[in-house]
Design a protein around this ligand. Sequence first.
Ligand SMILES: [Zn+2]
Length: 338
Amino acid sequence: MKATMLYGPRDVRFEEREDPKIIQPTDAIIRISATCVCGSDLWPYRGINPITQPTPMGHEYCGIVEEVGSAVKTVKPGQFVIGSFFASDNTCPHCQAGYQTSCQHKEFISAAQAPIMRVPLVDGTLVATPDVPSGDFIPSLLAVSDVLGTGWFAAAAANVKPGKTVAVVGDGAVGLLGILSAKQMGAERIIAMSRHASRQKLAREFGATDIVTERGNEGVERIKELTKGIGVDSMLECVGTQQSMMQAIHSTRPGGYVGYVGVPHGVELNDEELFFTHVHLHGGPAPVRRFLPKLIDLVLNGKINPGRVFDLTLPLAQVAEGYRAMDERRAIKTLLRP
Ligand SMILES: [Zn+2]
């Protein structure tokens, strides 16, 4: 098969690779219906996370089971399945507590930008839909695999509840779906921080009630103005830089919550500054597996359409252009079809 490899900064190749095979009896092989490029793929693509050897890419996927190992009990060939970026057993103490991305047996998935992939720990990792869904559902079901699951975790970690005031830093796909998640959880007011017209439009479609275009301290001041000087109850941090993290913490009211899911790059928190803010901080790699059944259900019942974040669809063979378009911010998120 031909699949995606990253060789170094801005060097994505679609090249011949060995077909994946069952290795452990708990594995499955799935034929990918759709995959995509993640915002976090841009860190190694831009050379910020160094690449030391040619690396298979991709961790968002959904597709049809082709083959299962002898120990697999919960899925069978022909079923449509969705998984997340960490395989997990879903039985260990951390999984039971709902933190499958800290599973004692976790394995990172990184070969999904391909026509076929191997998934380990299948019984704990994959969730099958009741029937094979029609093609219209594929973008939204793919979004559940990571980008929606991550936005949903940001909102859950930020303790979003009915009637609350919420703000979201980051207008990438995760931030936009954090808005959708906050809306689903009953937030009354949702402030999106964005300075791009097309993203502001989608933010409003997903439930944003206010837009703030300022950043840094000016962004904090604007949020304070909008909340009578108090700050928001819940803040979703979906970027991972020093500026975005401080913007999030300082925009939150004393006793409020910051849910952070932007992979941090160079964030340093000042102890005294943090001490006096009285803010709850919770985040990390989203335990998407916890939310998969609920989110799949919301999509199949037509309650949400998170696939709207894909504004570019390409054949998998053009994966390099998919990365370029996101790197240059010409696309919010690229969907790839094998
Ligand atoms: Zn586990």
